[in-house]
Design a protein around this ligand. Structure first.
Ligand code: NAP
Length: 450
């Protein structure tokens, strides 16, 4: 591993990369199959990722047809790692077992441990047969769509492929590790004005927000659209806010603290609601919705927008907010959802949907083209990573705990092979042009881990 790191830091030329020896094992953040029952009977909120996550030494997988082995300089924490660590809504070993039954190559993924992580920035070490676009030595980031494309359904939009999986969540050998195995068609050029940890922050959430909000497959946002963004300072929301601002839309950002309100302002948003200060309660109890509160949210939005209702609602909290989201969308508006963090049994009053001709769109990650376009926005310095804190790999469980407890801002990075923060920039001109936009989440408002 030391020679690989040295080659990255010294910027070894491509011929040297092909002959670098690959170690037999590497360190990665894992959950263990024999521990999936450890939280039985423990409420979700009280489950501690420190108990279920491990940093293990595991065997290096050999890249096969269409695959690449990548030296991971940095990764980032996504909410899917929280789900894996809590074994909710099901242990991710069930995904690996199902995948493993598909073919001998897929069977490599069905192991007693699951190396997690769906983002990376690093350098290609080896490519498998059939890979021509990428070569050892290429500096890359990876998006997390792993897709087979043997069936016809995925050939218009790869997200519709029946064998579509999220790498590092539904497959093994993820990016919170020193090495990772990806399909070569997950690779994208590293934005070279960014450090390794900044470059690793965006892949999953930026691509998801891009499809959800901008793409024709999602809300197809237009200039001037009012966009209600839940969790505007979180992983998805911090990119949705930037995409809305950059696309000429008007984000109405919902957050839960004065610090997050300030961060939204510094991103350029003007219309901000603090749901904590407002004390919204969209449910009277577990089963009775609180319609008055939907109306109160609608009035608060109109007050900010000068009377306009949201053309688009960017949904992901799920059960807690969904009925209010359907209610406040304008006549003919769109509610676009990609998640259910607070519960997936949603309720809404259908009269407000059909009588007012609204649409609900389901959205999930992004196809390669959408992920590539989203990455281009970062590479060109239009959208910026929202990294607030970075942990070394050995402390990755604390990073996951921060996200589980909603203590974080934006994104949390994890240093994998990178020995320290700040390395990896080879385009200082773009970095200078982007200026302090890279520090909005980190410098001004470092959050305190719980
Ligand atoms: P995150 O970084 O934790 O951000 C979520 C934000 O939601 C938080 O910052 C929080 O902001 C807000 N929130 C939490 N509880 C809320 C509640 N009860 N009511 C309203 N807002 C609430 O997570 P993320 O990365 O954005 O991911 C969010 C969800 O999307 C997760 O469930 C994740 O698994 C899912 N996801 C799905 C896809 C996909 O492809 N389908 C991709 C990415 C993520 P405030 O406290 O400031 O309001």
């Amino acid at each position: 591993m030391r020679r690989i790191l040295q080659a990255v830091i010294e910027g070894a030329p491509p011929p040297e990369w092909a002959s670098l020896p690959i170690p037999d094992s590497y360190r990665g953040l894992t959950v263990h199959k024999d521990e999936v029952g450890m939280f039985e009977g423990v409420p979700l909120r009280d489950r501690d990722p420190h108990a279920s996550l491990h940093v293990d030494e595991v065997a290096v997988p050999e890249p096969q047809i269409g695959e690449a082995l990548v030296a991971v300089m940095a990764g980032s924490v996504n909410y899917n790692t929280v789900w894996s660590a809590l074994f909710e809504p099901l242990p991710t070993f069930e995904f690996l077992e199902r995948y493993g039954r598909r073919s001998p190559s897929a069977a490599r993924h069905d192991l007693p441990y699951h190396v997690l992580g769906s983002d990376l920035a690093g350098v290609v070490l080896r490519v498998g047969p059939g890979v021509t676009r990428w070569k050892p030595g290429d500096r890359v980031v990876a998006h997390c769509l792993s897709v087979e494309l043997e069936d016809p359904e995925g050939h218009d939009d790869t997200m519709l492929d029946p064998q579509q999986r999220i790498w590092g969540f539904e497959t093994n050998f993820g990016g919170l590790a020193e090495l990772a195995l990806v399909r070569a068609n997950q690779l994208m050029p590293k934005p070279e004005h960014l450090t390794w940890e900044e470059a690793a922050a965006s892949g999953l959430v930026n691509s998801t927000a891009y499809r959800q909000l901008v793409s024709r497959n999602g809300a197809d946002m237009k200039q001037g659209d009012v966009v209600l963004i839940w969790g505007a300072c979180g992983g998805l929301g911090s990119y949705a806010t930037q995409l809305a601002l950059g696309g000429g839309a008007v984000p109405v950002c919902v957050v839960s603290s004065p610090e997050k309100r300030d961060i939204c302002r510094s991103m350029g948003a003007e219309l901000i609601l603090d749901r904590d200060a407002e004390g919204f309660r969209f449910w009277q109890d577990d089963n009775v919705p609180n319609r008055k509160e939907w109306r109160r949210l609608g009035s608060a939005i109109r007050e900010l927008t000068g009377g306009l209702d949201p053309d688009v609602v960017f949904e992901h909290p799920g059960r807690e907010t969904f009925a209010a989201s359907v209610y406040v969308a304008r006549r003919g508006g769109t509610i676009v959802t990609c998640a259910s963090t607070t519960g997936y049994d949603h309720y809404f009053d259908n009269r407000y949907l059909w009588m007012h001709l609204k649409r609900i769109i389901g959205s999930h990650f992004a196809n390669y083209q959408e992920a590539w376009r989203a990455n281009e926005l970062i590479r060109r310095g239009h959208i910026h990573p929202t990294l607030s804190r970075t942990y070394p790999l050995r402390d990755a469980a604390t990073a996951v705990h921060d996200v589980h407890r909603n203590a974080h801002h934006g994104k949390i990075g994890v240093l994998c092979l990178a020995p320290e923060e700040g390395l990896g920039v080879t385009d200082p001109e773009t970095r200078q042009r982007v200026g302090d936009r890279l520090d909005l989440f980190r410098a001004s408002h470092p959050y305190e881990p719980i």
